[in-house]
Design a protein around this ligand. Structure first.
Ligand SMILES: C[S@@+](CC[C@H](N)C(=O)[O-])C[C@H]1O[C@@H](n2cnc3c(N)ncnc32)[C@H](O)[C@@H]1O
Length: 408
């Protein structure tokens, strides 16, 4: 990761920032600028995974996550070290972690408790040696194969290990514990990312990517079609291997302490008025991603009761726009005057619904200057085609970011 990004002087004035976007040509092409439906658009390849990969700690999978280069772009240009950066829909914690990596104060929230479990330990990770020593303490052979149906995914011995690890973690780091032991917290997060996948780096037999657990009956069909039975896997070895890979770029440097929460994006009373410099976020998109059903296996492992997470699906554009308006109202409360919101939406329903226009509309009348829509063009890649909604043929191939500036 470039350390220069974290020390660049922010272009805090709206005009300067837009001038910078207009003049941007780091990847060769000039920025295209036009106005449509009264909205100024700026289009370019502003960040690219090919040119510069994210920090290794960012490499966990989550449905509809954005790339770390997206928050990095705005954090580098609109904040300075020490500033607070918030994401009210934090998902796997891309923004919060990027803020920490760049010396900012990471704030984040999500309605799904999984999000907290995946994000918290990566803000201050343990060392690989600590993880290895703790894995040696797990009573691996004590698991009872209580959910026999999970044998569709796991070898009986692997399932026994997972059940043992799950019970051990729930005893040592219960979900309602706000400050669990960081090594236990880390092991749980890594195990959550290894539950299902399509390589020997995961606990399961071949299945969908790790962020989309299929139902048991669907997995039984996949096994029959591929003539496969779950192979035996060593859970501790897999967790350690992924730990080493996540830690390969080292821990985040010094940063102000983070504050992560579980709840609705529209109500974050623990964040003070005017305390945030920048919000970088991406809301649930209309009805296309079922975060709760995609996550059922992760919820089981974490001890999150199925059905306790209600992630509302906003099927109509009017409902969705209203949800965004309520969330933006909360962001206006917690942003300092001159602070910014970078609100990312994908391209859904083959571009027939332009969500950025709904966000633009939702912000009307709120204490924001509506600056522009910034579109990052990303050519499809082979990997991009098969991982996650952000890359489905009917999903997103561009990031569209509505940029707002808190007035006052
Ligand atoms: C598009 S994803 C965000 C992904 C995130 N940018 C990342 O990189 O991982 C949207 C997130 O919103 C969460 N969510 C849905 N409804 C919510 C609500 N009302 N309040 C807070 N979070 C919510 C979902 O659980 C999901 O994690």
């Amino acid at each position: 990761m470039p350390s220069s990004a974290s020390v660049r002087t922010p272009t805090t004035s709206a005009e300067t920032f837009l001038d910078h976007i207009h003049a941007f040509s780091a990847f060769g092409a000039p920025t295209a600028q036009f106005v449509e439906a009264g909205i100024p658009y700026f289009v370019n390849e502003f960040w690219t995974a090919a040119q510069r990969r994210g920090h290794s700690l960012q490499e966990i999978s989550y449905r509809a996550c954005f790339k770390p280069q997206l928050p990095e772009f705005f954090i580098a240009r609109l904040t300075v070290p020490g500033d607070a950066v918030h994401d009210p829909f934090m998902g796997r914690g891309t923004t919060a972690l990027q803020a920490a990596l760049m010396g900012r104060r990471p704030l984040g929230n999500d309605i799904n408790p999984l999000s907290l479990l995946l994000t918290r330990p990566r803000l201050s990770p343990p060392t690989a040696a600590q993880v290895a020593a703790r894995l040696d303490e797990v009573p691996w052979s004590e698991g009872e194969a209580e959910r026999a149906a999970l044998l569709a995914f796991y070898h009986p011995e692997t399932l026994r290990q997972l059940v043992a690890l799950r019970a051990w973690l729930l005893r040592r780091a219960p979900l309602d514990c706000s400050a669990p032991d960081p090594v236990d917290d880390w092991i749980r997060a890594v195990a959550l990312t290894r539950l299902t996948g399509h390589s020997p780096g995961f606990f399961s037999v071949y299945t969908l990517p790790p962020n989309q657990a299929v139902r048991i009956d669907a997995q039984i069909k996949i096994n029959a079609r591929r003539n496969q039975t779950p192979p035996r896997r060593d859970a501790a070895a897999i967790i350690l291997k992924k730990t080493l890979s996540l830690l390969k770029d080292g821990p985040p440097g010094a940063h102000p302490p983070g504050c992560l929460s579980v709840g609705s994006a529209s109500s974050t009373p623990h964040i003070g008025d005017g305390s945030v410099a920048l919000v970088v976020t991406s809301p649930p998109f209309l009805d296309i991603v079922q975060y709760d059903s995609d996550n059922w296996l992760r919820c089981w492992f974490a001890g999150i009761e199925a059905g306790s997470v209600t992630v509302a699906l906003h099927r109509s554009e009017a409902d969705w726009t209203e949800m965004v308006r309520v969330v933006l109202t909360e962001q206006a409360r917690l942003l300092r005057p001159g602070g910014h919101v970078a609100f990312e939406v994908g391209e859904v329903r083959r571009g027939t619904v332009l969500l950025e226009r709904l966000v633009w509309q939702a912000a009307a009348g709120l204490p924001f200057e509506r600056l522009a829509v910034i579109i990052n063009k990303q050519p499809f890649t082979k990997t991009a085609r098969c991982w996650g909604i952000a890359n489905n043929a009917v999903g997103t191939n561009t990031n569209r970011i509505v940029l707002l500036r808190r007035s006052g």
